[in-house]
Design a protein around this ligand. Structure first.
Ligand code: FES
Ligand code: FES
Length: 164
């Protein structure tokens, strides 16, 4: 109900964002429906698929399970905000090179999780990539191209000395 909504200031992609939220509004709802940041996808909307993954204070989180009001003091980053970063562009090129997406619905969440992994581990092995991406489901690719893409991107970033 509109009457029960309260003003909330979020930090999204480095900027202040004024929104109005109800007690139970998720971060995903606010990002998609109020801020028109639609890269994070509403898949299962119950914490299973990872399609809604965004970065909160440096770590990937499920936006569908995050209450918007709980994010007031956090820095939120979405794919829209990370798109201009060299590391994210390297990841996107690697996904294209390796055929790591088909329908693409899972891809924004995959990229967010991969970027967060490389932020904390510049030289992951395949098992570490699988573990980091294990919360992101893909119906199309069989996962092997995704793991290969993340490893390729990590190698390129190390070679170019680009920090995620
Ligand atoms: S939409 Fe959030 S985990 Fe599936
Ligand atoms: S590319 Fe279709 S769900 Fe992953």
């Amino acid at each position: 109900m509109i009457a029960s909504r309260q003003a909330l200031q979020l930090q999204v992609n480095g900027a202040d964002a004024e929104v109005r939220v109800g007690l139970h509004d998720s971060l995903l709802t606010v990002l998609r429906d109020q801020l028109q940041l639609t890269a994070a996808k509403r898949g299962c909307n119950q914490g299973v698929c990872g399609a809604c993954t965004v970065v909160r204070d440096g770590w990937p989180v499920r936006a569908c399970l995050s209450l918007a009001q709980g994010c007031a003091h956090s820095e939120i980053q979405t794919l829209e905000g990370l798109n201009q970063q060299a590391a994210m562009q390297t990841l996107q090129k690697a996904f294209a090179d390796e055929g790591a997406f088909q329908c693409g619905f899972c891809t924004p969440g995959m990229l967010i999780s991969a970027h967060a992994l490389l932020l904390h581990n510049r030289n992951p092995d395949a098992d570490q990539v699988r573990a980091a991406m294990s919360g992101n489901l893909c119906r199309c690719t069989g996962y092997a191209p995704i793991v290969a893409a993340v490893l390729q991107a990590a190698e390129h970033l190390r070679a170019q000395e680009i920090a995620p």
